[in-house]
Write a protein that binds this ligand. Sequence first.
Ligand code: FES
Length: 148
Amino acid sequence: MNVCPSVAMAFMGVTLLESCSSGGDDEADNGGGGNSNNQGYTVNGNTVVITLSHSTFATLNSNGWMNFTAQKMLILKIDASTYRAFTNSCPHQGVRTKWSYNSSQDKFKCGEHNNSYPTDCTTNGDAGGKLNCYTSSYSAGKLTVIKS
Ligand code: FES
């Protein structure tokens, strides 16, 4: 008779956590650190690493900018290897979802009260206050943004 020892032990009132299965293991693969979410970016503390070719960022590639609402940031594409990232909180009253970008003026405009903000990280916008820039760097198709 071929009886699994743990089953036999269970009949005798002994509980074991081992199973009789052989081969394989049930260890979860968490991707090796960071917070991988299959959405084309990872988050580790204040650092967001974006895979620019992922479909999540198709709008950024086609329009030259996007409101990356999942991470509360605006991203502006300057060229294929140069990007800028900003908070998406409007300096006026903090609205995050009404942005548009005017490429001829190089300004983001918040549609809540139609105030515009330069993207140079230094110049104040219509309502006073400047759009807060994040530190960002590009390497091999990935954009790393440090939110601060
Ligand atoms: S909240 Fe953006 S312009 Fe007022």
